[in-house]
Design a protein around this ligand. Structure first.
Ligand SMILES: [Zn+2]
Length: 509
């Protein structure tokens, strides 16, 4: 997994946090306002070519110096959110847990026969469905019933010991313990010792509702979906989600959910490190579209300071539920609702020297070509980050190519939603995207096919730097930056070596 991140200088640490809008309408443009505001202010961005990227997969290679948050400081304001979606999927596969259940829905233009054939439709090549109906803004329904109601996983008072993952019951209570400041974030089975920061009090609950409310409004503008006819039906067959999940309320199963295309069950359980939140889909309709999901937001990060970062983080995490997920890729459909033959292609890339997974969806390719100015036939698809091991399909765009795009593995306050991400969701066949909701991505713009197909050691001009420099211009000459090259105590993996010295590369943070 490539975890290359921009190096913010001190100025970025204190980026102004814009206030949220006072009403729903003004809040819709909040993120854009915030991002514009941040761009307009003299924020120093480090946008150097990542010359020698650090690989998380190499456990032996530790940076000689390290700029992570100090352990023991409970008031860290993290600059980035590290997503653990790939690790969650990996964990679910490992435990052999059912990834999701299928509950067919009735749609306008769907016959009741199709409805009963739902399960078959998911597993077998289906008849071409020609009827389509107008898509409407997506209705995401938020359920907070589970907030504070899983005693073994929610922090209710200081000193509570709660579960993260599935820790073993050992003879010594609370062992193995979780390191709340683990950096980078780890997904582990451990016992978590609750502090006051981990308790979802009224103020934190209010922030949570406000932030998720904005997320729902954002998606309502960004995506349209074939509306469910009548109530959304859910099976509630098993607990929805991760880490024990959440049991669906009885009435949702018996009566369904009114005016909803997707239900998100919200929890506020602790996480470690700079993982602000995580989310997974847990029920799908007969076409594979997510109809229920579990979203967890850590109370520790429900602070006024983290508001802007949380806003970007929640858009990122809900994107995973909606379709930016290898499980969802398997159900992607074309305009006629036929299952797509190819969503991603994996191949050994000689130029990059490693296995590469590329998204080959038509709209993604079209918007990528346009963004990078990559019109050569050598451009075959947009790279995904590997999913925790080289060659497996991951759930993020490759950082080297998309840098501050919202669907790379780390999110920060400068993250933008590009047309390429909206295109991926539209190529699922489930949604229609409103491309006016996309924000400008500067990274890689008009750099040509070479940029997309080459390792960054072959990049040109301001995209590369060879030695640590305290000051310089960023790739787009809009800001001041520096070049964070460091020496590691161990050698980097072969594919991450760009210098004569095998232990030299970009700083991890
Ligand atoms: Zn993610």
């Amino acid at each position: 997994m490539m975890k290359t991140m921009l190096q913010p200088t001190l100025n970025t640490l204190y980026a102004p946090v814009m206030p949220l809008g006072r009403n729903a309408d003004s809040s819709l443009t909040k993120k854009q306002d915030v991002l514009n505001g941040i761009r307009a202010s003299r924020i120093v961005l480090i946008l150097v070519c990542i010359h020698g990227t650090f690989a998380d997969s190499n456990e032996d290679a530790k940076p000689l110096y390290y700029e992570g948050p100090e352990s023991g400081d409970t008031n860290n304001i993290y600059l980035t959110h590290s997503c653990i979606h790939d690790e969650i999927l990996h964990q679910r596969r490992r435990t052999g847990r059912k990834e999701y259940s299928v509950t067919p829905q009735v749609y306008v233009g769907t016959s009741s026969e199709d409805h009963h054939r739902g399960r078959t439709l998911l597993s077998l090549p289906e008849e071409v469905q020609t009827q389509s109906s107008a898509k409407q803004p997506i209705r995401i329904y938020l359920n907070y019933d589970a907030v504070g109601h899983s005693p073994d996983r929610d922090c209710q008072k200081v000193g509570d010991i709660v579960k993260l993952g599935e820790p073993p019951i050992s003879s010594i209570p609370g062992v193995p313990f979780c390191n709340p400041h683990a950096y980078p974030a780890v997904v582990g089975d451990c016992w978590y010792n609750c502090t006051s920061d981990d308790i979802a009090g009224d103020d934190k609950k209010q922030r949570l509702r406000k932030a998720l409310g904005h997320t729902v409004q954002w998606f309502k503008k960004a995506l349209a979906v074939e509306p469910v006819k009548g109530n959304l039906r859910l099976s509630g067959y098993s607990a929805c989600g991760q880490d024990g999940g959440v049991q669906l309320p009885h009435e949702y199963v018996e009566e369904g959910v009114k005016d909803a295309d997707l239900v998100l069950l919200v929890t506020t359980r602790p996480t470690t490190g700079n993982t602000l939140a995580w989310a997974v889909a847990c029920e799908r309709d007969q076409w594979g579209r997510a109809i229920a999901g579990h979203v967890n937001v850590a109370p520790r990060h429900l602070t006024a300071e983290a508001e802007t970062l949380l806003s970007a983080t929640l858009i990122h995490e809900v994107m995973h539920v909606l379709g930016f997920d290898p499980h969802a890729f398997a159900h992607f459909r074309d305009e006629r609702k036929r299952r797509r033959g190819q969503v991603t292609v994996q191949s050994m890339d000689e130029k990059l020297g490693r296995m590469v997974t590329r998204v080959v969806l038509p709209r993604v390719i079209m918007h990528s070509r346009h963004h990078y100015g990559a019109y050569s036939e050598n451009f075959t698809g947009l790279e995904l980050e590997d999913g925790g091991g080289r060659g497996t399909s991951g759930s993020h765009w490759e950082k080297r190519l998309l840098m501050n795009e919202i669907m790379t593995g780390s999110v920060d306050t400068r993250s933008v939603v590009s047309k390429m991400t909206l295109a991926l969701l539209e190529d699922s066949g489930w949604y229609q995207a409103n491309y006016s909701m996309a924000e400008g991505l500067e990274w890689g713009r008009n750099q040509g096919t070479e940029f997309v197909t080459s390792p960054c050691s072959l990049w040109r001009g301001a995209y590369r730097c060879n030695s640590t420099q305290l000051s310089g211009c960023t790739y787009n000459r809009e800001a001041e930056g520096y070049c964070p090259i460091v020496s590691y105590s161990g050698d980097l993996p072969k594919w991450a070596q760009y210098f004569p010295q095998p232990n030299k590369g970009k700083s991890k943070m």
